[in-house]
Design a protein around this ligand. Sequence first.
Ligand code: XMP
Length: 318
Amino acid sequence: DWTPQSFVEETVEDLQNKLGNDKVVLGLSGGVDSSVAAMLLHKAIGKNLYCIFVNNGLLRKNEFTDVLEQYKGMGLNVKGVDASARFLDALAGLSDPELKRKAIGRAFIEVFDDEAHLIEDVKWLAQGTIYPDVIESVSATGGPSATIKSHHNVGGLPDFMKLKIVEPLKALFKDEVRRVGASMDMDATLLGRHPFPGPGLAIRILGDITAEKVRILQEVDAVFINGLKEWNLYDKVWQAGAILLPVNSVGVMGDERTYEKCVALRAVESTDGMTADWVNLPYEFLQKTSNDIINKVKGVNRVVYDISSKPPATIEWE
Ligand code: XMP
């Protein structure tokens, strides 16, 4: 009989036998899978697990510092690497969604490889791969392995990709991963987090990326997500976020005519991201959120709500 407790016990023992006194490097994303994988490895090998959490500058507002603190509080041996400037540089002038994804994938690999080189005699690369990633080979959603794949085609392998691979969650589905995390007393807010794409806000800022656009979208997103939490809607939604449109529209503020940005809000129900329905959020919530965004976020004067389902639309706009 499969129980999260027995899974943890068996996996920790297997990991100890397999890894012995070897060092292991793992990239934390802030998401459920990499976090649970890290906890399992931490239980098994403690300080020999070296976690790297990269700030690509495209995370949600305050996410890098908050989640890094949370990881440290869990006892993980984690290093936060703020590479925001490097990613912004890599993105400069790019508008095409696939080019943006590739630039981010490449920058991530460079940063991660640099960091992995600092760990003397590291032998293993741990990944939070789960069963659906294995069967779909992730290409559909373009997760971390997809960025690795596109790099793969470009040239030689970066050194960290020559490491031996350890994937403790490879046989689990998402809900099992959450149960395993809960059985290790991991924080419910960490385990209940919405999925968030690897390229982050870069694929929610349509067109080219600037630091100012990232700042605006982080503010808008924070008002929306915090609102969902306050209204007890966060856990009823599978994924939510805001999109910064490459459109200015006319508005009025006091006696002044404004000509500012428009943002779209998106909230979907789904089980695996392959299909999705837009969520019928309460009008009162949408009304309050729209007012809050326009009043609090300078540079935005219009909010729209995305009522498209997947297919034929996708969850992300890029
Ligand atoms: P779409 O937009 O294809 O998204 O309906 C389905 C799910 O995948 C996520 N997504 C990504 N995740 N890298 C990722 O790690 C990506 O490039 C990427 N593109 C989309 C999206 O957030 C949704 O959960």
